[in-house]
Design a protein around this ligand. Structure first.
Ligand code: 87F
Length: 702
């Protein structure tokens, strides 16, 4: 085999089949009778860049992954860009996923002689040593008419058919390929179902979370399922919110609705579909987000004449109506809010609550007479967001302003509440409140006659808070035993568990528990009496601990006799007795728990913010999973340099999880905190040394 390869290689050389560059590649395709459409562009190093290239409808963007095993055998995978490349398919090819790694750039260059380390199927022609053992083609790709691929260099994209790639190109090279399903979906689901069944059977043994919080991402996955917050779903990036988590969202809704009512904001509902024409009305702001918009293209078996986008946000849905409603300055301020779902078809790895393709949010939109009013509105809402996080979820946030490059492109400035996840030091944007200036009102003609009968454009704001907030809360407060719920959002704040004993009449005990429950309900507490007789008290303790209920009341023979209850606090495991007549203390106790949780979280957040005056300290802190507050010149160029450099120097090697390429390790700006010390003349930027203007917080982020 090896020999015949060598001979083949000689034939390749003799026939000029090695493909050193794109020109050679395209010539070769023509020679082989392969038709293609070519698009020339700047280099597109990442999939995010690739999908911005406009290709013909029915053409798949292909992600090319070169894997290498321990014996330096290579495997080229061609996958549809939306495919989650799983692990199980390796087994069906008789290979072990455990041995497979994504190849490094040097390896790509070495194996495929691809000039820029760019992976593509054409460079197989350069694999003269036959290092690539198999070419694995995603079954999904067979559903497309054409594939978008780079001919050796990533400054050109060509569209060719899979058939031509297989039967002309790979055939000419005498190369094997395998078409297979790459996602684990069905196999994984079956496995999961099986596991769940086993779980149900061995309920007690498998109840506990099997890892510590320090194994953070596995811990998170287990907590959200075992606490019955999330159920997995068939569509990637979409999850079921179970009542235990949806209740939290309802609490957030109630609380925030009460707050915005004080600002005379009215709730409304706008449709979820919009036409392409509508979406493109405000080009500038949509441009960067286009790739994430999901479309409805069919009804039944027929194609829709006009494709409909599913709302990724509602500016272009609402503002044409605003233009109709605003005629005179007396129609202002106009303030609306809606609670809806949103769809953004993201390709970064999804995490329940934190990054999902469909999520729930509120979006508020206001129009004002003066700029000052609008600015004031922006900050009032920002304070409300801080309150939602602090008062309800016991999560501390940092209020700040986004830098020019991180702000919402459609607006004048973006304010934000940011938090930092203590376990990994990643920044997490909690909510945003934008000052839109007159950008949208000019575009959508939201204008009115002012008090001097002059035409003027409205000043606008928009602001949003999503179900991501629930994810932040789980991450902050959960512990090795599971979820820990802040009392104000817990569906049950208190659970009553009877401890049956042979010395005690069961009926009497249950009546006592019921009586206590009624006392607590009168105090407007949310309380549950767990009177199931098919589970032991120990099992119930574990279950409710895992679900994070703030307080458990135990009533056994001792408590019954002494007319008291045993209180066990979930947050700090404190245990003490309370007389039944003192049960009215519980409201205060729950408040104290909230405050203690918030204080602890504040300390943890602060520990994740370090200062740095130079690059070395900056990178050092970053690699210790911290965010870094630095003096900064506020120049875009400097910001981009920090991002790039920190990515390259990044030490964190968690770049591959579940076979998916993860976020790079680069740091970006989270915000310029509102609260900041003054910077004096002559004080320099930590990175470039030029006059510093602001303190800015940098970090890796979600
Ligand atoms: C995704 C696709 C299309 C974010 C998008 O922050 C458009 C967009 O406009 C888009 N992702 N955005 C920015 C949203 C701005 C703004 N909208 C109202 C908010 C809060 C609520």
């Amino acid at each position: 085999m090896w020999k015949s390869r060598k001979i083949l290689y000689k034939i390749l050389i003799d026939n000029n089949l090695l493909l050193p560059n794109k020109q050679a590649c395209l010539e070769q395709l023509t020679k082989l009778g392969i038709n293609y459409i070519a698009h020339h562009h700047d280099p597109v190093p990442t999939m995010d860049d690739v999908v911005k290239i406009q290709v013909t409808n029915g053409t798949a963007y292909v992600k090319n992954l070169l894997y290498v095993d321990k014996k330096q055998n290579y495997y080229l995978i061609l996958a549809n860009h939306t495919t989650h490349v799983g692990k199980l398919f390796w087994k069906t090819l008789g290979l072990s996923s455990g041995n497979m790694r994504i190849s490094k750039e040097e390896q790509v260059i070495e194996a495929l002689k691809s000039s820029k380390g760019n992976v593509n199927p054409f460079s197989i022609a350069n694999d003269s040593n036959n290092r690539v053992k198999n070419i694995i083609i995603d079954e999904e790709l067979t559903k497309f008419q054409k594939l978008a691929l780079h001919p050796i260099e990533n400054t050109t994209t060509i569209e060719i058919s899979l058939d031509d790639l297989q039967n002309k190109f790979l055939k000419a090279l005498n190369r094997q390929y395998t078409i297979t399903q790459l996602t684990d979906a069905s196999a994984e689901q079956q496995l999961q179902q099986l596991k769940q069944q086993q779980n149900d059977q061995q309920n007690l043994q498998t109840l506990a979370i099997t890892v510590k919080k320090s194994d953070f991402s596995e811990w998170y996955q287990q907590v959200i399922r075992k606490a019955e917050m999330i159920e997995y779903y068939d569509v990637s990036g979409c999850y079921i919110l179970r009542p235990w988590s949806y209740f939290i969202w309802e609490q957030i809704q109630r609380y925030f609705d009460d707050l915005i009512r004080t600002e005379d904001v009215e709730n409304t509902y706008f449709p979820m579909f919009l036409s392409a024409q509508q979406l493109n009305k405000e080009k500038e702001h949509v441009e960067g987000f286009k790739a994430e918009v999901a479309w409805v293209t069919k009804y039944g078996e027929s194609d829709l004449n006009e494709h409909l986008a599913i709302r990724p946000t509602s500016e272009t849905i609402m503002y044409p109506a605003f233009a109709k409603w605003v005629q005179s300055h007396r129609d202002l301020p106009l303030k609306v809010n809606q609670w809806t779902n949103i769809v953004r078809w993201e390709f970064k790895y999804p995490t329940p609550f934190i990054r999902t393709r469909e999520f729930l949010w509120q979006e508020g939109h206001t129009a004002h007479f003066t700029k000052e009013e609008a600015v004031k509105q922006v900050y009032t809402i920002l304070n409300f967001y801080e309150q939602v996080y602090g008062e309800l979820l016991a999560v501390p946030v940092i209020k700040g302003i986004k830098t020019e490059s991180e702000k919402f492109a459609g607006g004048d400035f973006t304010t934000t509440v940011e938090t930092i996840i203590p376990q990994n030091g990643r920044g997490l944007q909690g909510a945003t409140s934008h000052h839109l200036g007159q950008n949208f009102s000019k575009m959508f003609e939201i204008k009115f006659e002012d008090d001097k009968r002059q035409k003027a454009f409205a000043w606008q704001t928009s602001w949003g808070l999503t179900t991501r907030s629930i994810g932040a809360m789980i991450m902050f407060h959960g512990d090795d035993k599971g979820l820990v719920l802040p009392p104000r959002v817990a569906k049950y704040q208190i659970v009553i568990i009877p401890i049956i004993n042979k010395d005690l009449d069961e009926k009497q005990l249950n009546e006592k528990c019921e009586e206590i429950k009624q006392i607590l309900i009168k105090q407007r507490l949310r309380v549950h009496f767990d009177n199931r007789d098919n589970y032991s008290p120990g099992w119930k303790f574990n279950k409710w601990e895992q679900k994070g209920v703030p307080i458990r009341l135990e009533i056994g023979p001792g408590e019954f006799k002494n007319n008291e209850v045993r209180v066990v606090q979930r947050f700090d495991n404190k245990k003490y007795q309370i007389k039944i007549e003192d049960l009215n203390q519980l409201n205060q106790i729950l408040d104290n728990i909230h405050n203690a949780m918030f204080e602890k979280a504040q300390i943890e957040l602060k520990q994740r913010i370090k200062q740095a005056d130079n690059w070395k300290d900056f990178m050092n802190q970053l690699n210790q999973r911290n965010t870094i507050l630095t003096k900064w010149c506020q120049r875009d160029e400097c910001e981009q340099q920090v991002k790039t450099k920190s990515g390259i120097e990044s030490k964190e090697k968690d770049s591959e999880i579940n076979g998916q390429v993860q976020l790079t390790g680069s740091a970006k700006t989270l915000c310029m905190p509102l609260k900041q010390d003054e910077i004096k003349e002559g004080e320099g930027c930590f990175h470039c040394g030029q006059q510093a203007k602001k303190y800015v917080l940098w970090g890796r982020s979600y």
